[in-house]
Ligand binder design. Structure first.
Ligand code: SF4
Length: 164
C-alpha cells in the first residue's frame, strides 16, 4: 500500500481540435483500471474527470486533437515545456486528420471559409502535434486503441519508477 509521500505519476490529458472520442475511450479504460491507477497516478489535468485542474510539471502529457489556431499552438508549446513525456493520442493528433480536412479544400472553398478562419483566429493550415512540438510517443487510430493506451501508461509507471 502506498504511503502519503509515495510519488505518483503526474499525468495530464489535454484536448485540442477534435471530436474527443479518445477522451471517451480514456474514461472507458478507467472503468477497468481506476482502482489500480488511483493509487499510482495523479491526474492533475483532465477536464473530463474534474472541474479543478492544475497547470505545472508533468511526467506524461497525453495530447488529443489537431492544432488549428495560434492560441492552441502556444498552449501546446507550454504543455511541452512542462512535460517530460508528451504522447500524441488519436489520428487527429498524430497525423492531423480527419480534423485537418480543410487543408485539402480547393481554392474556392478556402475562400468561402476565409472569414471564419479570420474571425476565430485559426491557422491557415491545421497541424498535427508533431508539426508543432517534439513527440515522445504516438497512439495512432481514430480513436486510439485502449490496449495501446494502457501499454503506454504501464511503460510510464515503470520508466518513472512508480511503486506498485
Ligand atoms: S482521431 Fe478520430 S476519434 Fe480521435 S479525435 Fe480525431 S476524429 Fe475523433
Amino acid at each position: 500500500m502506498n504511503g502519503p509521500l509515495t510519488k505518483k505519476l503526474q499525468v495530464g490529458w489535454f484536448t485540442f481540435t477534435c471530436c474527443e472520442d479518445s477522451t471517451i475511450v480514456f474514461t472507458e479504460v478507467l472503468n477497468d483500471y481506476w482502482q489500480e491507477w488511483r493509487k499510482r497516478i495523479d491526474f492533475v489535468h483532465a477536464r473530463i474527470l474534474q472541474a479543478k485542474n492544475t497547470e505545472g510539471a508533468l511526467d506524461v502529457a497525453f495530447v488529443e486533437g489537431a492544432i488549428s489556431s495560434e492560441e492552441q499552438k502556444k498552449r501546446l508549446e507550454k504543455i511541452r515545456g512542462q512535460a517530460t513525456w508528451l504522447v500524441a493520442v488519436g489520428a487527429c493528433a498524430v497525423v492531423g486528420m480527419p480534423s485537418a480536412q480543410r487543408n485539402q479544400f480547393d481554392e474556392k472553398t478556402k475562400q468561402e471559409i476565409g472569414f471564419i478562419l479570420e474571425r476565430f483566429h485559426h491557422l491557415d493550415h491545421v497541424l498535427s502535434v508533431k508539426e508543432v512540438v517534439k513527440v515522445d510517443a504516438e497512439l495512432p487510430g481514430c480513436p486510439m486503441d485502449p490496449k495501446q493506451f494502457v501499454a503506454v501508461v504501464n511503460k510510464a509507471l515503470q520508466h518513472f519508477a512508480i511503486a506498485s
